[in-house]
Design a protein around this ligand. Sequence first.
Ligand code: SF4
Ligand code: SF4
Length: 121
Amino acid sequence: MANWQCISNCGACCYLEPSDRPDLEEYLIPQDLQTYLSMVGSDGWCIYFDRLKRQCSIYEQRPRFCRVQADTFFEMFGVEPEELNDFAIACCEEQIESIYGDRSLELLRFEQAINQQGSLD
Ligand code: SF4
Ligand code: SF4
């Protein structure tokens, strides 16, 4: 079984271009939507994403909707805690493929990371 985890040097989910996420209003409450839109840079990337280091520059203070956790995902997407793992994996795969491509090193590293535990069992 694959176990979701975030890999370093990715940041695919920090590309926030609203036209790529037409259903934002369906899962973000108005206040969060406002915050989200205020974070979108002119190039579509989050203004807090360090493109060189490929990491969040406000990691400890990042908004709730940036956090992969059970309560947030239930509120936003109605995902039950037992479904969170598979849902988060699917989200990351979609995002990584869209930003880096379906044959990218980032996707390969992600698949290796989430399947690592299974290979040890
Ligand atoms: S797309 Fe997934 S693996 Fe990549 S930075 Fe976002 S949460 Fe982490
Ligand atoms: S606040 Fe941080 S985690 Fe959230 S989108 Fe921006 S760079 Fe990514």
